[in-house]
Design a protein around this ligand. Structure first.
Ligand code: ATP
Length: 366
């Protein structure tokens, strides 16, 4: 990390967080890697940067290329300069990166999570007033293990026409993510953790995941623990999402269930995310590169902006983070300046400007 150990304190996640008394007294800006990414990435990450700056979050951005653009210009999707930057800062705000389907280079997202041991992927799923969605008052958190499972990338052809993909589940990673979920639940006053699995079929791998979760649950008498089979959980999520609080999932189920949950609160443009490790974090929206709308200035910037708010929280600017969330809430509630995915006709820039002006009004009121 670029900062010395004594500048850090244990935070609610059990990971390290900068201790910065709301960022007001920082003499120098903190260096953070900024990965604009592919597709809509540059549009939404620049929106997030503008909002962070307007909210008073002082960051010295180290802008780094990665993904399809980097591959085109520099012959590699993961340039060494990006890895060096992350080794120094251990913090990033990241746009989505293109991953080719069924061919090409390995997912860079997966590579970064594994390389920097960012084992906990956290995605808060929350309804906003003013956003058309199947439910109101959804408020749950998806916590996804993100270093193993089928994402270990171990695949081989046994014989032509027959391939095997290996699902790796370890007691160490399962226990670590379960502890993260229970710590998070306890520190945020969440009432329950639901482990989601398919241990009726994958008795060994998902069975081990559950065994570890149960063992950890015993240490948290104040947090209710239950389990649901993934297919039944999906049905319940789309009929009664309020029945859930913190969801604890392996990597693949976590990926799928996150997108399902995004659909409960207005779509992929609404859900932020963070990848936490013991010594760093990368903040990024749940959505991908959205190639169908890339370059058109119509992407919903909210997911990226709220990911920026999670970064602000992490580096000690809690007041700024809550101003950003409040401003996003006000713009959505007013409903005048919304991007097309939310039923409006505003551009990404116009919606970002509306959020900036809401921040200005909030600051004028305090
Ligand atoms: P990738 O391969 O990078 O995951 P994808 O198109 O498969 O790309 P997403 O990028 O997550 O997956 O997009 C899925 C759908 O959601 C697309 O129709 C896209 O336009 C829409 N979408 C995603 N992000 C946003 C956003 N920020 N604003 C508006 N629509 C979005």
């Amino acid at each position: 990390m670029a900062q010395s150990k004594n500048q850090r304190s244990e935070n609610f996640l059990g990971t390290e967080r900068l201790n910065n008394s709301n960022g007001r007294n920082r003499a120098t800006s903190l260096r953070v890697t900024l990965i604009p990414g592919d597709g809509v990435g540059p549009e939404v990450t620049s929106a997030a940067v503008r909002v962070l700056e307007a909210a008073g979050v002082h960051v010295d951005w180290d802008v780094q290329e990665a993904g399809a653009e980097a591959l085109k210009k520099r012959g590699t999707a993961i340039p060494e300069s990006l890895l060096n930057s992350l080794r120094r800062t251990r913090l990033a705000l990241k746009g989505p990166l293109e991953t080719q389907v069924g061919q090409g280079y390995r997912s860079i997202n997966v590579y970064l999570r594994k390389t920097f041991n960012l084992y906990a992927n956290l995605r808060p799923i929350r309804s906003f007033e003013g956003v058309q969605s199947p439910f109101r008052d959804v408020d749950l958190v998806v916590i996804r293990e993100s270093t193993e499972d089928l994402y270990a990338g171990i695949e081989h052809q046994v014989t032509p026409g027959v391939v095997e993909s290996v699902k790796v589940i370890t007691a160490r990673a399962s226990t670590r993510i379960a502890r993260f979920a229970f710590d998070y639940a306890r520190r945020h006053g969440r009432k329950s953790v639901t482990a989601i699995h398919k241990a009726n079929i994958m008795k060994l791998s998902d069975g081990l995941f559950l065994k570890c979760a149960r063992r950890v649950a015993n240490d948290y008498a104040d947090v209710r623990y239950d389990e649901q089979i993934v297919d039944a959980a999906c049905m319940r999520l789309v009929t009664n999402p309020r029945a859930f609080d913190v969801l604890l999932l392996e990597n693949l189920y976590g990926d799928i269930v996150s997108d399902l949950c995004a659909g409960l609160v207005g779509g992929l443009g609404m859900v932020p995310g963070a990848n936490y490790g013991q010594k760093g974090a990368i903040f990024e929206a749940v959505h991908g590169t959205a190639p169908d709308i890339a370059g058109k200035n119509v992407a919903n910037p909210v997911a990226a902006i709220l990911s920026g708010a999670m970064l602000a929280d992490y580096i000690g600017y809690q007041d700024a983070a809550s101003r950003i969330r409040q401003a996003v809430g006000e713009v959505l509630r007013a409903g005048h300046v919304l991007t097309p995915d939310l039923g409006g006709s505003a551009t990404t820039t116009q919606m970002t400007d509306a959020i900036l002006s809401a921040i200005g009004s909030i600051e004028a009121r305090v």
